[in-house]
Ligand binder design. Sequence first.
Ligand SMILES: *Cc1c(COP(=O)(O)O)cnc(C)c1O
Length: 347
Amino acid sequence: MLPELPSATLRLSIDRDALAANWRALDRLSGQARAGAAVKADAYGLGVAVAAPVLRDAGCEDFFVAHWQEVPALLAHVPANGVAVLHGPLTAADAAFAKSAGVRPVINSLHQARLWIEAAGGPCDVMIDTGINRIGLNMADLSDPLIGQLQIDVLHSHLASAEEESALNAAQQMRWNAARGQVQHKRASLANSAGIMLGPAYHGDLTRPGLSLFGGVPCADLAQEIRQVVRPETALIQVREIGAGESVGYNATFVAERDMRVGVVSLGYVDGYLRAWSGKGMLRSMDRQLPVIGRVSMDMTAVDLTAATDLREGDWVMVDYTLPEASAASGLSQYELLTLLGRRFAR
Ligand SMILES: *Cc1c(COP(=O)(O)O)cnc(C)c1O
């Protein structure tokens, strides 16, 4: 038998209080509606085993994943009747799985409606496409007799441009409202994180925030409400002195102008710290700045240790990763920044 593994050299510090506070803030901002939680993609990279219990204990009762394969990990923490699967059933096997697991499929097409009725599946959700033209029933499909046979819990639609001032928002809201008058359902839902800020007409009975639970700020109005949740930390695995004129990293893109001290951290693009950060990222030791120098490699990144000459191999440093700022600096979206964070981080 192998001995117990030593600690990882990468960890995600996850502020559970901030996560719970973000859900409560989004629930409050949802007014008459309750906030659920989109926890697809392993809770946007945080780890569903970390995020789901915190959200559940904060009071969240509705959870959304995209794939059937994401259901088991979530059911270890929340009751099945609070789980809906956004992509819906593509095969009879998917429908059978949903039925026996006791989770709701989100029905996105007449094909999916037929599968669910043939499985005698029971309660389900329905997604109507009101203008994003991605997945969901067309408005015209709503009068199909198959839809009348469904036992609909939540009638959903999804906004294409919630974080922008766009005429599409009002147009989608009106179509969703019209659909609410056309089909029997228990609850209605339209808003993602940014959609919550569009006001009561967008709230319905249930909102579906994802990004902002985990610290994302998609629109300025949310900046005051949302706290940072995720902070990547990494260990220095080497410290070296280099002379003026020496280069650092692949393709020698950084050349030292003076003798300097360089640190190498155990974080690379495979961990989600993409090459976009080459020569641009910032790490930190307390409030001392350690700029990334040269190219980010697969497993390593070099930093300038001029501001922190006391640091040694084995010391830990933090990565600047406040999502709105990191997005502006890297050109990656806040969604990408979160969901890229890899499996080598201890969580
Ligand atoms: C991912 C997703 C959400 C969450 O959106 P955020 O912008 O992350 O708040 C809500 N609804 C649906 C249908 C989704 O796919």
